[in-house]
Design a protein around this ligand. Structure first.
Ligand code: ATP
Ligand code: MG
Length: 223
């Protein structure tokens, strides 16, 4: 899946690219990692993620991107994940893996309603999503990019928390290698209201050992 297309040349960011390349390299070797890239509006978060995603795609990594959108307080449930699933459903290379996790169909408009309504259904949906990502990472190393987490609706934040705390970043039981997966997320840190809302996710995100964050400064140092 192609990342965002920027018309201009990518400048600088050697340190950030080296750091994220290291994360991807370790993920390819089976050390699953997640990194939150936080910074003010327009500092260049998307551009860095776009560059790293393009590099990952060139080395055979499957890149899946989901965007959160500012739709007010309620939002659309699971929006960035429905984008990811939509992209997978449109690519026949992933048909077999997707077919192995029919519970996630609910996010594509099919499947039983209980998958989003009751607690048991939500758990099955979350486990289905974790299983799907783990299976995708078996086929090829996997990079998930989640853009603009400050706009994530509550259900997306819950699913992300589940994936980070119980799901794909954990080493499977029985000594099997961890999933070849990296999750990179961008987050606008300059809006107080959103920061507080997103901040509710922080304790469990930070409690996850494979999760780290860095602050993205301006992409060009002011003269
Ligand atoms: N390293 C870079 N090289 C060239 N252009 C850049 C670079 N970083 C950012 N830009 C340009 O600056 C603009 C803003 O960058 P970008 O969209 O990545 O910011 P952002 O932090 O994702 O903003 P937002 O919070 O609004 O999503 C874009 O036009 C982008 O092409
Ligand atoms: Mg952006």
């Amino acid at each position: 899946m192609p990342p965002t297309a920027f018309a201009t040349v990518f400048i600088g960011r050697d340190e950030e690219i080296a750091r994220l390349s290291g994360v991807l390299e370790r993920a390819r070797a089976g050390e699953a990692r997640a990194v939150l890239v936080a910074g003010d509006a327009g500092v260049g978060k998307t551009r860095v993620l776009d560059e790293i995603a393009a590099r990952a795609a060139r080395t055979g990594t499957t890149v899946l991107t989901g965007h959160c959108v500012d739709l007010g307080d309620v939002g659309l449930p699971y929006l960035p994940f429905t984008e990811i699933l939509g992209a997978l459903a449109g690519d026949e290379r992933f048909a077999a893996v997707l077919a192995g996790h029919p519970v996630v169909d609910r996010l594509l408009g099919g499947g039983p309603d209980d998958a989003v309504r009751d607690l048991g259904g939500r758990l099955r949906l979350f486990e289905g999503m974790a299983g799907l990502l783990a299976d995708l990472a078996e086929v090829n190393p996997l990079l998930i990019v989640l853009e603009d987490l400050h706009w994530a609706d509550e259900s997306s934040r819950d699913l992300l928390r589940f994936l980070l705390s119980r799901g794909v970043l954990q080493r499977p039981a029985g000594g099997a290698p961890a999933h070849r997966l990296a999750l990179l997320a961008s987050y606008r840190a300059d809006d107080l209201h959103r920061r507080i809302r997103c901040g509710r996710c922080w304790p469990s995100w930070c409690g996850c050992r494979a999760w780290s964050g860095w602050s993205c400064g301006p992409w060009r140092t002011p003269r």
